[in-house]
Each structure stands twice: as structure tokens, then as C-alpha cells.
Design a protein around this ligand. Structure first.
Ligand code: GLY
Length: 310
């Protein structure tokens, strides 16, 4: 399977469609990725990204985002920011710098304000209701990623350029200041135009332990086909976590090589992902894991209706 764009979760469908339109109109891969991520960030019906994201233990939405340009290896990220409308815009801005390209909390917010990036309240009424209904005495050691959605990750390739952007509100009821894999280079995403790119979604603390996105890119660099690279990197990492006595949380990955071949893998039962194909279509696929055997399906309407998630 080949594409210009590949994205995590069904919720990325509209964004990928817009990204495909921009590519058709002659836009850069960066424009297409940014548009795709921003579309998810702006949609209040998704509870793990941007506006509408579920809050931390104190009821505040804290956002992380990252962008990597595979031509320059420029990496920009922000973490733990509040009330910033489109975190991905600031991450993309920062990927152009050699220093100070990863900014946290108040420093990131000050940078964004100075740059004129829009701020607005990110806690929706619905997210606040969910927070109010939630037991506050949660065991923060047992937090899990969302059932059927999490970080939006968009990978793209156009001409000789690979790139990726990711954005998330992190785990619901996380400790204030908690940062997951998304803004950590090589964990939440990695792009190298000589090879391709990979990105991860799921429990950040577990993804980070294996620098999972970098591990996939290095397998592709070694000549392993992209689908196998995804399955191998994820499988080896899960096995390593289990040998350490650790029960891995949910993790799903996507990747695209320099020839536009795409791959995806998951340790969940099913992981929907979206591909913006080379002939301009936007297609929903799902990686299905049956007892460790991975297959990729093109789900029918009945499967999509039955799927519980974004
Ligand atoms: N994968 C998103 C997070 O753990 O924050």
C-alpha cells in the first residue's frame, strides 16, 4: 500500500482529506500535515487532542505537540501548554531552529504569545462534565490510553521530503506536568527523508521506553519492509517490556518509507488508521491483531459502525 499521507485513528479522516486537497493544489508536505493535524485539534468531538481534550487531575487541559522535518532533521516540540489553540503550529515553528527547539509549559506559552499564536480556553463543557463525573481519587499508576483514540499522528512524503506532526492532550487525569511520548524525539515521531518516518500513539510512558518511532525508522534504514518494520519493532519492544516484568499498555504505530509504502501495527485488538493514497483518495484501514498475528483490513460500513472509538 502506498500513500502521500498516513495518520492515526479514524478521527484523522477529514484532516487527511484536506491535506490531500492541498497536495493536489501544489502545497508542500508540511502544509498538508499541518492542515491535517489542525483539523483534529480544532474538532471538539475528539477528546484526546486540542480543543475538547480531556483534562489533568486538576481539571486543566495540558497539551503536547511535535513536528519533525526529515530533510533538516529539525525537531520542534512543546509540552504541557495551556489554552493554546493549535499547539502543532508552534511545534512546526520551533523545528526551524538549531537551539531552543523544545519548550515546556510557561516558556512555551510565552514564546507562542510573542509569536502571535491564538490562545483560547480549551476545556469544553463536555470535557468538564466528564471531569466532574470522574472519581478524583484515581490511581495514577494505572492510567491507560483512551479506548479507541489517542494522539493524532500524521506522516507525509512528497518528492524527497518526509515529515511528521503529532498532537495530544495526553492521558485523562494525568498528574499536572506529566509529559508523554509525543513531544519526545524518536518516541512519539521521527522523520529522516533518506529513510522515511514513523509515529506512535498509546501509553506514552511505555512507548518512550523503546524510542519506538526511531526504532521503526532504523529498521526501515536496514532494509526491512515498512509493514514488517512496524510489526517487528512493536513486537520486540513489547517482549522486552514483558521480560522486565512490566505489563505493556496499549501502543499503535504507523510508518511510511521513502517510496511511499505504508505500514501499521498495534497491540490492541484493532487500530484504525487513514491513508491519503497516491491517486488522491482518502481511505480508512485498520490493523487487526488476533493473538499476535497482524493483518491490515479495509473495514466495511458494518465494521466502522461497530467500532467504539474515534
Ligand atoms: N501518547 C500520548 C501520551 O501518552 O501522552
Amino acid at each position: 500500500m502506498e500513500g502521500y499521507l498516513i495518520a492515526t485513528w479514524k478521527m484523522a479522516f477529514e484532516g487527511v482529506k484536506k491535506g490531500q486537497d492541498l497536495i493536489r493544489q501544489g502545497g508542500t508536505i508540511h502544509k498538508a500535515i499541518m492542515e491535517a493535524v489542525k483539523t483534529v485539534e480544532d474538532d471538539p468531538s475528539y477528546h484526546s487532542v486540542g480543543y475538547g481534550g480531556l483534562p489533568n487531575l486538576e481539571g486543566e487541559v495540558e497539551l503536547d505537540a511535535a513536528y519533525m522535518d526529515g530533510d533538516t532533521l529539525g525537531f520542534g516540540a512543546i509540552m504541557g501548554v495551556k489554552n493554546l489553540k493549535n499547539p502543532i503550529e508552534v511545534a512546526y515553528d520551533l523545528c526551524h531552529y538549531k537551539r531552543n527547539c523544545v519548550l515546556a509549559a510557561a516558556g512555551a506559552e510565552a514564546y507562542a504569545r510573542k509569536g502571535g499564536y491564538p490562545f483560547s480556553p480549551m476545556l469544553t463543557e463536555e470535557a468538564e462534565e466528564r471531569y466532574k463525573a470522574q472519581e478524583k481519587n484515581v490511581d495514577t499508576e494505572k492510567l491507560e490510553a483512551y479506548g479507541g483514540h489517542d494522539t493524532v499522528c500524521i506522516i507525509g512524503r512528497l518528492g524527497d521530503t518526509s515529515a511528521c506532526g503529532v498532537s495530544t492532550s495526553g492521558l485523562f487525569m494525568k498528574l499536572p506536568g506529566r509529559v508523554g511520548d509525543s513531544p519526545i524525539i524518536g518516541s512519539g515521531c521521527y522523520a529522516d527523508s533518506e529513510v522515511g518516518a514513523a509515529a506512535a500513539t498509546g501509553v506514552g510512558e511505555d512507548i518512550m521506553k523503546g524510542c519506538l518511532s526511531f526504532a521503526i525508522v532504523e529498521k526501515i534504514r536496514a532494509g526491512i519492509p515498512v509493514q514488517q518494520a512496524c510489526e517487528q519493532a512493536l513486537g520486540e519492544h513489547i517482549a522486552r517490556l514483558e521480560r522486565s516484568g512490566h505489563k505493556p499498555g496499549s501502543m499503535s504505530v504507523i510508518a511510511m518509507d521513502r517510496d511511499h509504502h505504508v505500514g501499521a501495527a498495534t497491540n490492541k485488538k484493532a487500530f484504525p488508521f487513514v491513508v491519503g493514497t497516491m491517486d488522491g483518495e482518502t481511505v480508512l484501514f485498520a490493523a487487526v491483531n488476533e493473538g499476535g498475528n497482524m493483518s491490515v483490513i479495509c473495514p466495511d460500513e458494518a465494521w466502522i459502525q461497530a467500532y467504539q472509538g474515534d
